[in-house]
Ligand binder design. Structure first.
Ligand code: ATP
Length: 220
């Protein structure tokens, strides 16, 4: 389902950055915060902004939150407010409800409330940065399952000028290069003859172990 109208409850660092990016992506965003200053700061960036306490049913009703495809509860510190706002969005029938959790317990409560997606920004960013720090070639990754990952790896000096057949990630490590992102454009499903150049980024799919072995081998 593609959502086109978002309501974000809480315009702290997370909520405001999310809202800004959503607007950049061309969707309509209503930002709600009980703090007038936060609303003022975002009023020229988001499509609509309103000062309201999201724990008050009447306020959310008058804003018309039921008409939104997706509601994001971006309140962290005040867990009670986060839970109440989440319950209200669910009760108003917002199709997709996303909420930010600041702890495992907070996340478990949100899960019980039937939240469609729970985000742990600090925890997830910590994990991501740790992976990137221990693996200098790793730009980004997506965990497809507990076992399989897609990783974006920079091409080190030792691989420049070599063809995929020479590097042979599948034969040597079991992982496959599904794309090569080159400055001049992306090559999807590259062939054995495709050559790697300095600024290329490899998009590799495999088990976590296979990708780790490949990364270790190309670290130089
Ligand atoms: P961040 O890390 O994103 O800055 P945070 O985890 O520190 O946020 P809070 O500061 O608790 O989270 O909340 C983020 C925003 O949510 C704040 O701007 C705050 O004013 C707003 N907020 C908190 N409670 C409510 C509420 N009941 N109704 C509307 N907005 C609220």
């Amino acid at each position: 389902m593609k959502s086109n109208q978002f309501v974000i409850i809480g315009l702290g660092r997370f909520g405001s950055s999310l809202g800004r990016e959503l607007v950049e992506l061309g969707v309509e965003v209503l930002g709600v915060d009980r703090d007038e200053e936060k609303v003022q700061e975002m009023s020229h960036i988001l499509t609509h902004t309103v000062v309201a306490d999201a724990t008050e049913e009447e306020s959310l009703r008058s804003i018309g939150v039921r008409n939104f495809d997706c509601g994001v509860v971006a309140i962290g510190d005040d867990i009670q407010a986060s839970i109440l706002a989440t319950i209200l969005l669910k009760e108003f029938g917002v199709k997709q409800v996303v909420a930010k959790a600041v702890s495992d317990l907070h996340g478990r409560v949100l899960e019980r409330l039937g939240v469609d997606r729970i985000i742990y920004p600090e925890r997830d960013m910590g994990i991501r940065v740790a992976h990137q720090l221990v693996s200098p070639n790793l730009l980004d990754y997506i965990e497809l399952s507990p076992t399989y990952t897609i990783a974006e790896l920079t091409v080190p000096e030792c691989l420049t000028g070599k063809s995929l057949a020479q590097v042979n990630p599948r034969g040597k490590y079991g992982c496959s290069v599904v794309a090569i992102n080159k400055p001049q454009g992306i090559v999807i499903a590259p062939t054995a003859d495709d050559r790697l150049e300095k600024k290329d980024v490899l998009v590799v799919i495999g088990t976590n172990e296979q990708i780790e072995e490949f990364q270790a081998a190309i670290r130089g």
